[in-house]
Design a protein around this ligand. Structure first.
Ligand SMILES: [Mg+2]
Length: 271
């Protein structure tokens, strides 16, 4: 996308979200609220997003959630979201809530068989990572992740990603291929199911979800009007709206917060 999307293009979609219904604002983190960086530990939210998130979290009839592939603990630490934000991690396999500066996490329990599969998976990935300089393995509570983003040799990186996916399939895991990353979960996971359950759980009638990666796209394909799906960045998408970058997502959230605040005020002053 060469030019940023003009604001007037997103106004109709934004207005559709402002109703008297309960709204779930669900957002991916990396690439959506935070620019993508080579080392995931350096990922930080764009500063302009912080205030709109605080305002959204404070609104009546609005539920704020971060839905990420990261482990919940990692997500809470990096995002430091407003109090009351629901956190869904590991593509829907982990849940928590961030309240008064601390994470309250729902415990994840793996069966012995799944724990053994995870250990085997991590060992196979570690072995594979020795074949490419820069490749590395992340261990999550329910998944192992093969990263190739730091690799200079992209042809080799793609080859290793294919092998990682193959290993995951052979071990009976749930393979989620993203950008320069192959994640294999030992429990069923995916953002589409996670979002549907979340919407149900927080008794919301409407939902907006924004995400940037292939794993988000699987969820975006399931989102139908009056819910709103937002694709962040380039690439094919089934989403209704596309925003070019985390900075523009911040602007969108700022305008959404303003519109919802005005609607809440108008309801309050009604005789
Ligand atoms: Mg992302």
């Amino acid at each position: 996308m060469k030019r940023p999307m003009p604001r007037e293009r997103w106004q109709p979609a934004l207005r559709e979200l402002v109703t008297d219904k309960r709204l779930l604002v669900a957002l991916d983190f990396d690439g959506t609220l935070a620019p993508l960086v080579p080392n995931p530990a350096d990922s930080r939210m764009v500063p302009a997003a912080r205030q709109p998130l605080e305002r959204l979290a404070a609104l009546p009839r609005t539920v704020l959630a971060l839905v990420s592939g990261r482990p919940v603990a990692d997500l809470a630490h990096l995002a430091e979201p407003p109090s009351g934000t629901l956190l869904v991690g590991s593509h829907g396999a982990e849940h928590g809530v961030f309240r008064d500066g601390a994470l309250r996490m729902e415990p994840v329990q793996l069966s012995a068989a799944r724990q053994a599969r995870l250990t085997e998976l991590a060992a196979s990935f570690e072995k594979l990572a020795t074949q490419g300089e820069g490749a590395w393995v992340e261990l999550k509570p329910v998944a192992a992740v093969f990263h190739t983003r730091p690799m200079a040799d992209r042809a080799l990186a793609e080859n290793l990603e294919k092998q990682a996916a193959q290993i995951g399939k052979q071990l009976g895991g749930h393979v989620l291929a993203g950008k320069m990353v192959v994640e294999v979960a030992v429990v069923p996971a995916g953002k589409a199911g996670a979002l549907a359950r979340l919407k149900d759980r927080c008794r919301c009638d409407r939902m907006v979800f924004a995400g940037d990666d292939f794993t988000d796209e699987l969820a975006l394909r399931t989102i139908k009007p009056p819910d709103l799906g937002i694709k962040v960045g380039r690439g094919p998408t089934a989403a209704t709206l596309r925003l070019p970058s985390p900075a523009v997502v911040a602007t969108f959230l700022d305008e959404l917060a303003t519109a919802l605040e005005q609607a809440a005020l108008a309801t309050k002053v009604k005789p």
